[in-house]
Write a protein that binds this ligand. Structure first.
Ligand code: 5GP
Length: 183
């Protein structure tokens, strides 16, 4: 990886700045405030989808001013590729009991919607009181499944992005801003 005037060159591919840390933090604050208003008087469980959502989830709940709980589960990711493999596996289960609870699924990015579809089916075997989805990023033009994303941070083009939890070959999650692959 080499950095030239904010650009990132990774394996010869050019990533350019897309969302600054300041823009992300400001939107995450708004999302946290909106969720706090919607869930006032309730104690939701935020369920993060590992690995990508861990940074977003951490910042999001710091902006939530109601009582809440957290848990995580892990789905198989794209692996080393930039393209969805088209199938999803559960790699780590939840530890909490979601029955009768208000749950909020926290995703880093919704691309085809396959992961969210898989999650909806997973929870259809349980009886949460309610289930909503918050995703920092959504690629509307890539959606292939009919899924409802209740809270959206940013709608973005169908291009590969990294940083702020999002990886490329498991790296670059620690970038504080988001970079997009330049075409
Ligand atoms: P979907 O199941 O909606 O097709 O994709 C969701 C998952 O694919 C995300 O949780 C994330 O792991 C991965 N993904 C989709 N688009 C991108 C992207 O642009 N960058 C990165 N790093 N991961 C992505």
């Amino acid at each position: 990886m080499s950095e030239q005037n904010d650009k990132l060159i990774i394996n010869g591919e050019k990533f350019i700045p897309f969302l600054s840390s300041r823009e992300i933090q400001s939107r995450v604050k708004e999302l946290g405030e909106e969720i706090s208003r919607d869930y006032r008087g309730k104690v939701p469980i935020f369920i993060g989808v590992l690995n990508g959502a861990f940074i977003f989830m951490s910042d999001l709940i710091k902006n939530v001013d109601i009582e809440c709980e957290i848990d995580f589960f892990k789905l198989s990711s794209y692996g080393d590729s930039k393209i969805s493999s088209g199938n999803v596996k559960l790699l780590k289960e939840l530890n909490c009991d979601v029955n009768g609870r208000d749950i909020i699924i926290v995703e880093d990015i919704v691309d085809t919607g396959l992961s969210i579809k898989y999650i909806e089916e997973l929870f259809s075997k349980h009886t949460p009181k309610s289930m909503k989805v918050v995703s920092l990023l959504v690629k509307p033009e890539s959606l292939k499944y009919d899924v409802k994303i209740d809270y959206i941070g940013f709608r973005i083009p169908s291009q590969f992005v990294i940083g702020y939890g999002l990886d490329y070959q498991q790296k670059y999650r620690n970038l504080t801003s988001i970079y997009i692959l330049s075409e």
